[in-house]
Write a protein that binds this ligand. Structure first.
Ligand code: IPE
Ligand code: IPE
Ligand code: MG
Length: 243
């Protein structure tokens, strides 16, 4: 058993989580996949609370990928229903807890009422300072980079940007995450060891921690375990290490 993170060590500033395993959680219990997604929403609430308690500044959750639109329409419909439910029932509580909510992804692909709920929630929580919660919805890292490239090409064509001035900072400033720091720690649950198109640019130097826990079973102890593992890593950013 590995020790939990030392309380003396600060939590990483930005933790991002690929919340995977809802379907397998349900299948193991002979339940429909949608039951796993319902329990997954409860795990989101717990993770937000735990992140706040542990002093995480930014928590980014992968809720629905661009590729998830290819799932059967009844599953997509249930995920959108749960998203509506979460936004309607949780935003007031997030606001009370001084949490700022942002949503990243292709908002124009979401239903109009969901996009409106998100817009209101972002506006209401804009000045909150305790935890920056970002939910990635209809999000794909490759699509995000393509959109930034198109915007830059347009600006070059119109003479607003010189090609030689394009650098990492300029590309970063055109991503959905333009006002977020890069993630320090990316956690994926369910034992899968891949990125699945999440924060491809932003996770360039993130530490990756893969947990076997299925997302509906995720608790504060899992977050502490991942943070403990993060503290055992040595981040070198391409330079020479300390040993
Ligand atoms: C994560 O759980 C939720 C979403 C991707 C929306 P999955 O639905 O991917 O669950 P598994 O991977 O099939 O177990
Ligand atoms: C990644 O999980 C997307 C989210 C967690 C929202 P998937 O279940 O869609 O990823 P793959 O298909 O296993 O790579
Ligand atoms: Mg999955």
């Amino acid at each position: 058993m590995q020790p939990l993170s030392s309380p003396a060590l600060p939590a990483p500033a930005h933790v991002a989580i690929i919340m995977d395993g809802n379907g397998r959680w349900a299948r193991m219990r002979g339940l429909p996949r949608t039951a796993g997604h319902q329990r997954g929403v409860e795990a989101v609430k717990g993770a937000v609370e735990a992140a706040g308690e542990l002093g995480v500044g930014y928590l980014t959750l992968f809720g629905f990928s661009t590729e998830n639109w290819t799932r059967p329409s009844d599953e997509v419909g249930e995920l959108m229903r749960l998203l509506r439910f979460y936004l309607r029932s949780e935003v007031a509580e997030l606001h009370r807890n001084n949490v700022r909510l942002r949503v990243i992804g292709e908002r124009d692909r979401l239903a109009r009422d969901i996009a409106d709920l998100i817009g209101h929630a972002e506006e209401m929580t804009r000045s909150n300072t305790a935890l920056n919660l970002t939910i990635a919805l209809s999000y794909g890292g490759q699509q995000e980079i393509v959109a930034a490239a198109r915007g830059l090409a347009e600006d070059v064509k119109e003479g607003r940007v010189a090609i030689g001035d394009i650098d990492q900072a300029m590309v970063s400033s055109r991503l959905f995450t333009h006002d977020l720091p890069d993630p320090d720690l990316v956690i994926r649950t369910s034992g899968e060891k891949r990125i699945s198109n999440f924060l491809l640019w932003q996770a360039a130097y993130a530490e990756l921690v893969f947990l076997d826990t299925l997302w509906p079973d995720f608790t504060r102890a899992d977050l502490e375990k991942a943070i403990g593992e993060f503290h055992r890593r040595e981040r070198r950013f391409g330079a020479v290490g300390s040993q």
